[in-house]
Design a protein around this ligand. Structure first.
Ligand code: FAD
Length: 420
């Protein structure tokens, strides 16, 4: 019988001869261990926003991981983004969530921005001087973007934006908010705009405690008759729903799946370590079964998430793969952290072990980029009426076979840290 660590590492494809993401993985892992890990006790106790760390990561160029090189970005693709987010989240899901939230904010500019908007904003985001957000959700609309009630009213060459957005990732440290508001009736009645955080009428509700992801702000943005020029409009008038959905499907699903994967790997390693150190429980078949199940959850989630990223990088149709990856990784991390808590007994309740933090953080990963219910709902739509809606992955395909052909599905399973 293989030992527990082998059980975790054994399945999966053969490691490619050259993993183009190995250097990135090593750099992020080293940063997370040396810069983020020591801050976690403070982040957990104080629950203040880790502005400094996020700024530092932005200056490393990580928010620009998918920004084309011509605009100053890393141009490294979605697999690289997944590796980056997963490695950060292994140490701190809050910091993984913070980086992915602003990476998500680049999608609308990249996909719908004019040449001038890309020249203005992408280099500044890539060098870390401007941190973007995407602000779509409202209290009453939730995951149903068409219920958006915030408004945009045209006033000659300007727009006046009014409303309230909630759960905006990096709300309190973002410098450029990408907001979606109602400018007309029906599905073509939404429009997206870029709004600088220091514009008159932009306000933030005070940061309030959350059960998890401490150190990350996902709060409220208030727009009180904010005037923006028409040059800040992203896409055409009426493109707002497309802007929101394409960002969420092509970036959000995979980003959050990668956060879940990081927590899942950390849970696997914590549970394994805990059980190994306690021969009394390590003998019990129930406990061994839990360790085995967490290994399976991790392995299958890695396959799903890295395969979806690979397909996106290759320019293959993959909307359903992205949704399934998010669903799989979230369900897996919720199940695994539950098993982890049980396996720790009373020790799982202690704040000086990370298990309860993993559990709390895991709960925060289900809602963003669509709850698990919404992923199932969308997957059912695609299955029952195939072709009824165009796939975002087809519309915005940008194949990059040069960097990803060697990255086979599941290869991440071997390259991910075992973190003994
Ligand atoms: C950590 C975090 C970061 C976030 N970051 C951002 C961000 O950067 N920008 C942003 O705009 N928003 C962000 N959000 C908000 C997120 O997108 C919403 O939480 C999500 O869309 C769900 O909305 P809701 O929480 O209001 O739940 P609701 O939509 O009110 O759903 C409540 C319940 O009803 C179920 N439900 C709702 N509709 C359906 C349906 N059609 N079929 C089946 N079940 C359904 C849901 O699954 C859920 O169980 C973030 C949220 C979190 C927790």
């Amino acid at each position: 019988m293989p030992d527990l660590q082998e059980l975790h590492a054994a399945p999966g494809a053969e490691a490619p001869e050259h993993d183009p993401h190995q250097d990135l993985r090593a750099t992020v892992r080293a940063f997370a261990q040396s810069e983020i890990a020591p801050r976690i006790p403070h982040m957990e106790a104080a629950d203040t926003i880790e502005d400094g760390l996020v700024t530092e990561m932005a200056r490393m160029g990580w928010i620009g991981v998918t920004i084309p090189a011509g605009h100053g970005g890393m141009d490294a693709g979605h697999t690289a983004k997944t590796v980056l987010t997963e490695e950060l989240s292994y140490v701190s899901a809050a910091m993984g969530a913070a980086v992915q939230a602003s990476v998500l904010g680049t999608a609308m500019i990249d996909h719908f921005g004019t040449a001038e908007q890309k020249r203005t904003w992408l280099p500044a985001i890539a060098d870390g001087s401007v941190l973007p957000t995407i602000a779509v959700t409202e209290e009453d609309s939730g995951g149903h973007v068409l219920s958006t009630a915030s408004t945009g009213r045209r006033s000659k060459r300007h727009w006046v934006l009014t409303g309230r957005k909630v759960y905006v990732g990096n709300s309190h440290i973002g410098r450029l908010h990408g907001v979606v508001v109602r400018t007309g009736e029906g599905a073509r009645g939404l429009t997206a705009f870029l709004v600088e955080a220091d514009r008159d009428g932009v306000h933030l509700a005070p940061h309030t405690p959350r059960i998890g992801l401490r150190g990350f702000s996902f709060g409220e943005l208030l727009l009180d008759s904010v005037r923006v020029p028409d040059s800040h409009r992203i896409g055409e008038v009426g493109d707002g729903l497309d802007v929101a959905y394409s960002s969420s499907v092509l970036y959000g699903r995979l980003n959050l799946a990668a956060v879940a994967l990081g927590i899942l790997a950390a849970t696997h390693d914590q549970v394994t370590r805990y059980v190994r150190g306690r021969p009394r429980i390590a003998r019990e078949s129930v406990v061994r079964g839990r360790v085995g199940e967490i290994g399976v959850l991790l392995h299958l989630s890695r396959l799903a998430v890295h395969d979806a990223a690979r397909r996106l990088d290759l320019g293959l149709p993959c909307d359903a793969d992205l949704m399934a990856a998010k669903y799989q990784a979230v369900q897996a991390v919720l199940r695994a952290t539950g098993l982890g808590m049980k396996t720790h007994g009373a020790a799982g309740l202690l704040a000086d072990l990370p298990m309860e933090r993993y559990r709390r953080d895991a709960h925060c990963i289900d809602p963003p980029a669509g709850t698990s219910d919404i992923q199932l709902h969308r997957l059912a739509e695609m299955a029952l009426a195939p072709g009824a809606r165009p796939q975002w992955s087809v519309r915005f395909a940008r194949p990059r076979p040069d960097r990803t052909l060697t990255q086979q599905p599941g290869s991440g399973a071997r390259q991910c840290p075992s973190h003994p």
